[in-house]
Structures are given as C-alpha cells and as structure tokens.
Design a protein around this ligand. Structure first.
Ligand SMILES: [Zn+2]
Length: 132
C-alpha cells in the first residue's frame, strides 16, 4: 500500500508536533484507488483529550471537516496524529482505534520521524509514504 502526500503537508504536521506538548491530530482527505492513496488535504482537528499519550478527534470539528471535504469530492483517506517522546508506531490504544477506523494511520513524532500503518485482516502493515 502507498500513501502519497505533499512534502509541505507532512512538514506542517511535523512542525505542529514539534510545537506541542500534547498529541496533535487530524484527518487526511483525498482519493483512493486500490492500494494507492493520494492525500490532497490535511486538516488539523482539536485533540479533545489534550493528552501527551492519547488523542480523540473533537467530534463536531470532525463532522464539519468531513462535510466540507465531501463537497469538494474528497473522502477521508487517513487519520494522522503525533507521538510525544515515543516512536511513530501504533500504540495499543491506536490499534483499538484502527479497528474502528480502517483507513491509513499516519503517525509522526516531535523528532520528525514518521510512519504510516494500516490494519489488514487484523495485522498491522506498514504503508509506504511517498512525498510529492
Ligand atoms: Zn498513537
């Protein structure tokens, strides 16, 4: 599986992660064709847990973001969030979330590392991140 994202979009997420003491999070909008995902838009959403070890997208903001993106013909192709002082791999809590949201999970950390993951038939698979 491949996730293509603009370099400046990824940089923006990492920059936000570096400047935050809590996990930052949001949605990736774009298009999906088979195993190829193209991210057209990154949308930050408030982490309503305001926590350095967990996140939850603020529901109203999330619904609004999805509605606006759908009007432009874009769908939710991924979820992103940051880890604070912890490698960008899915935590146990993330795995539970991945079962509910079966899209690509992009995780970054405050050091600028990143990884993308998807749950397939119960197994976590790494997704290649292609910068454009
Ligand atoms: Zn996480």
């Amino acid at each position: 599986m491949m996730l293509t994202i603009r370099q400046e979009d990824l940089k923006q997420i990492i920059k936000a992660a570096k400047g935050s003491e809590v996990e930052v999070c949001g949605l990736l909008f774009g298009k999906r064709a088979g195993d190829k995902i193209l991210v057209e838009e990154v949308r930050f959403i408030t982490n309503r847990l305001n926590s350095p070890t967990a996140f939850e997208l603020e529901p109203l903001e999330m619904v609004r973001a999805i509605d606006e993106a759908e009007e432009r013909g874009l769908e939710v192709v991924g979820i992103f969030h940051s880890h604070v002082d912890c490698p960008p791999r899915p935590s146990g809590r993330d795995l539970a979330g991945m079962r509910l949201w079966q899209v690509v999970w992009l995780i970054v950390d405050e050091r600028g590392r990143y990884g993308a993951w998807v749950l397939r038939e119960g197994n976590v698979e790494e997704v290649s991140v292609i910068l454009r």
